[in-house]
Design a protein around this ligand. Structure first.
Ligand code: DQA
Length: 144
């Protein structure tokens, strides 16, 4: 089956961005972790990143027809985007939201999460391992 893995703004500069918060893991490292976990379960991965909100909405729409599950780190758009909430809510496939950091332990503006209120599950604060856990959970759900 096909898992769509979406990454939002500023995740393209992971590794150079606020290492105290996000460590030195890069987006390429995350892609490797996701692909390895998906392969363990016999699933394909479509891995993407964008800095644009509308592009994330368009990509979520693709999952209406083309994917069996979604893993998404909406990054800052989690805290601001009703459009992403609505796009996730429109999907019938499982959607697991991931944040590298524990957003609940951070600034109050990160305690609003519009994607979480539409997602199937949320993993926050597990670092890069959160991506692996998200794919493992999706694999469990897809097994039925
Ligand atoms: C993040 C958390 C968000 O609050 C932040 O805006 C990010 C990264 C995370 O993975 O921890 O860009 O999504």
């Amino acid at each position: 089956m096909r898992i769509l893995v979406l990454n939002g703004p500023n995740l393209d500069i992971l590794g150079r961005r606020d290492p105290a918060q996000y460590g030195t893991v890069t987006l390429a490292d995350l892609e490797g972790i996701v692909r390895a976990e998906a392969a363990e379960h016999g699933h394909e991965v479509d891995f993407r990143q964008t800095n644009r909100e509308g592009e994330l909405v368009d990509w979520l729409h693709e999952a209406l027809d083309d994917h069996d599950a979604v893993v998404i780190n909406p990054a800052a758009y989690a805290h601001t985007s009703v459009a992403l909430h609505d796009a996730v809510e429109a999907l019938s496939v499982p959607v697991v939201e991931v944040h590298l950091s524990n957003t609940w332990k951070r600034e109050p503006f990160r305690h609003v999460d519009h994607v979480a209120t539409a997602a199937t599950a949320v993993i926050a604060g597990a670092g890069a391992d959160g991506y692996r856990l998200a794919v493992a959970h999706v694999a469990t759900l897809l097994r039925g």
